[in-house]
Design a protein around this ligand. Sequence first.
Ligand code: G4P
Length: 279
Amino acid sequence: MHFQWYPGHMTKARRMMQENIKLIDLIIELVDARIPLSSRNPDIDELGKNKARLILLNKADLAEDALNDEWISYFKEKGYSAVKVNSKKGGGIKSIQSVIQEACREKTERDRKRGILNRPVRAMVAGIPNVGKSTFINALAGKACAKTGNKPGVTKGKQWIRLNKNVELLDTPGILWPKFEDQEVGLKLAFIGSIKDEILQTEELAAELVKFMKSVYPGVLEEKYDILAVEDIYGCLRDIAESRHCLVRGSELDTGKAAAILLDDFRSGRLGRITLERP
Ligand code: G4P
């Protein structure tokens, strides 16, 4: 299975981030809790050096909670501030303001020694497409955001959202592209739906997911689809097709449809909370 990426987008997004990075104190980097490493962009450490760093394990609701905690410890050991959040439902969002202050404590101290008091922290939200940047910004800034937009005469272009007297957020999220020269990384990104499925790849991708589930979460597919113990991978897709009455021409099993159902169930959490990557 081969995955492609688009260096053209990458260059433009990177340039945009480089331009804006001068203006900010803190990078809030969103990663997907199901694949906290594969959903990072390795360049961000270079782009963000000398900046305070906060990693948000977003979509924590879709990943195993014990593993979320392990990942938080992992990132903290590496020197990042880190918290798990569910931007969609607002879980963990309330604590963010204090986490931001904590992440920028060194900078605030430095400012204070130089006699600079009460300068708000300026933060930028960054992450790969679909990781939940806009959802997070809305959850955090919802009302503040609307307020700025409604004011007459607000200049277009760079917009700062003033969350409170202590924090300002750059309204343009920094879009980073995942590196997937490593095909394992590409596969995991495809599982969570970050790379668009090609019609032809759906079955192959679902087969890989079955393989993973069989070894790491045994019994889950059997229970969910009411099928016999998974022996061979494509047999499992046929069983799911049968159990869900996916048929073509009235009688043939439609494994393509079964594959799409499986991927969709996984992505939306209907197979339960599943983490694809462990620290
Ligand atoms: P982006 O700006 O980084 O590209 O991501 P965006 O906020 O557009 O979010 C991408 C998708 O991820 C959205 O789903 C969004 O609802 C979902 N999402 C964001 N944060 C979370 C989270 O913490 N938990 C869960 N479960 N989902 C999250 P969508 O399918 O595009 O739309 P919809 O299903 O919400 O309508």
